[in-house]
Design a protein around this ligand. Structure first.
Ligand code: NDP
Ligand code: 2IT
Length: 467
């Protein structure tokens, strides 16, 4: 009988794979699972890329002979360190810090820091691996890394956050640098944390350099960086819709999350005429049937800035309903934007979205849809924009922040937003170039993003020889 799953994992062998593609996929995945036990998110992220890239590599055998895929699935290096700090009760606390420097083939390691109690090494390996292809798609010279800690910022005082960030950076500082590795924010790491981290790096090194992005505007940050991931995600969805002669104007949009990405995805969707009806956090979701307004969104931004729960929204605006412990995917919509976390939209929720008439999905979060959920979207041939493409706007503007820091100048809001717009368009074009089925208007954005992202990095690796 044919092998359909990879040993000791939930990874499925793509049912359409035959012969060489099947053998190579199985060999690579068996290796990944065996060498990286207990890291299911990393296995999932690798499998999602191999689905597209294995057939491509089998057709372009120079990559296979040079073992580019075997090299790409192994991070350049992984750093794990202890972070000790003192809480407000003068008790010593110990957390674990990570930085996975995945690939610097096309530029300095680049990617965010996540502070969340659920993380482990496998989380950062999945995120760092995704970042390789995403950063390549941006058209800018950035390699890939990711890091963070199992520190839980929820309920911590400002002083505790500061002490944690300073201790974390005291160790991380020796591994990063403006031409080496440039971290930024992600879940649990926003403007406040980046500022503490940057301040400590500057103190330790006595150097004012663009070693982090997402900095405050007063000390080297770029305009539009805060908005970039959410805005970029909506631009990408707009591009996908325009490709099939549609528009986001007038569409009903369901969004998960209420953090940085969700807030600005909601803002741009509304600016482009869409009706955004949900936001959520890890406790539940709010449904605003008539749609959010800018004023209501400002309330959410202020609420989340002070660490509030999304539930508090309904006390202020009784027009909305709060659904405790649920995710928003049961609400009928035209467009779904998962903007919270990985694996937050599963097969049955994907089926429900399609049944309710959803025509486009744009991933603001990284890997938010399960493999079975992705299969539902691809089988239904709706416009499904994977995170590597759809949420690349954030890291793209980080790269522009690095450029501005190197030039020691500061671009205007218009200049940066225009560039974001054209970068998202270019990412869309790359997906169309590598994901179209000849003779049909359908674009498989998963294949497009994976293959276009892979090619550039693979060609750089080929040029360097065996490293
Ligand atoms: P924030 O910390 O600002 O917001 C995270 C949001 O997601 C919150 O609403 C949070 O709810 C929710 N959330 C987090 N973890 C979980 C969980 N385990 N289950 C359910 N909900 C959860 O992070 P961002 O908005 O920056 O990041 C959101 C996603 O976007 C992540 O996948 C991130 O990797 C991705 N991303 C971020 C970029 C950026 O520039 N910031 C760039 C590209 C991608 P709660 O408050 O209850 O925890
Ligand atoms: O997942 C991501 O792309 C980010 N969290 C942003 C990374 C960055 O370096 O701006």
């Amino acid at each position: 009988m044919k092998q359909t799953v990879i040993s000791n994992s939930t990874v499925q062998v793509p049912p359409t794979f035959e012969g060489e593609d099947r053998d190579y996929f199985i060999a690579l995945m068996e290796h990944v699972v065996q060498k990286n036990p207990g890291e299911p998110e990393f296995h999932q992220a690798v499998a999602e890329v191999l689905v597209s890239v294995v057939p491509y590599v089998n057709q372009h055998t120079k990559y296979k002979a040079a073992k580019i895929l075997e090299r790409l699935i192994e991070p350049d290096r992984t750093v794990i360190f202890r972070v000790s700090w003192e809480d407000d009760q003068r008790c010593v606390q110990v957390n674990r810090g990570y930085r996975v420097q995945f690939s610097n083939a096309i530029g300095p390691y680049k990617g965010g820091l996540r502070f969340h109690p659920s993380v482990s090494l496998g989380t950062f390996k999945f995120l760092g691996f995704e970042q390789i292809f995403k950063n390549s798609l941006t058209t800018l010279p950035i390699g890939a890394g990711k890091g963070g800690s199992d520190f839980d910022p929820k309920g911590k005082s400002d002083h505790e956050i500061m002490r944690f960030c300073q201790s974390f950076m005291t160790e991380l500082a020796r591994h990063i640098g403006k031409d080496v590795d440039v971290p930024a924010g992600d879940i649990g790491v926003g403007a406040r944390e980046v500022s503490y981290l940057f301040g400590q790096y500057k103190r330790l090194n006595n150097r004012f350099t663009g070693v982090l992005t997402g900095k405050g505007i007063e000390f080297g940050g770029s305009l539009i960086r805060t908005e970039a991931t959410g805005y970029g995600c909506v631009y990408f969805v707009q591009n996908m819709l325009q490709h099939s002669n549609q528009s986001i104007d007038g569409k009903t949009v369901v969004i998960s999350g209420s953090g940085n990405v969700a807030q600005y995805a909601a803002e741009k969707a509304m600016q482009l005429g869409a009706n955004v009806v949900t936001l959520s956090d890890s406790s539940g979701f709010i449904y605003e049937p008539a749609g959010f307004t800018q004023e209501k969104l400002e309330f959410v931004k202020a609420l989340k800035l002070k660490g509030g729960r999304i539930k508090a929204y309904v006390d202020q605006f009784p027009s909305a309903q709060y659904h405790d412990g649920q995710r928003p995917w049961s609400i009928p919509c035209d467009v779904a934007l998962p903007c919270a976390t990985q694996n937050e939209l599963d097969e049955s929720e994907a089926q429900l979205l399609v049944k309710n008439g959803c025509i486009a999905v744009g991933e603001g979060a990284n890997m938010p849809v399960t493999p079975e959920g992705i299969h539902v979207f691809l089988a239904a041939k709706i416009a499904y924009g994977p995170g590597k493409a759809a949420n690349a706007g954030g890291v793209a503007i980080s790269a522009l922040e690095m450029a501005q820091n190197s030039m020691r100048l500061h671009w205007t809001r218009d200049e940066v937003e225009t560039r974001l717009h054209s970068i998202m368009m270019s990412i869309h074009q790359q997906c169309v170039a590598f994901g179209s089925t000849p003779g049909t208007p359908y674009v498989n954005y998963v294949d497009g993003a994976n293959i276009a992202g892979f090619r550039k990095v693979a060609d750089a690796m080929m040029a360097f020889g065996i490293l």
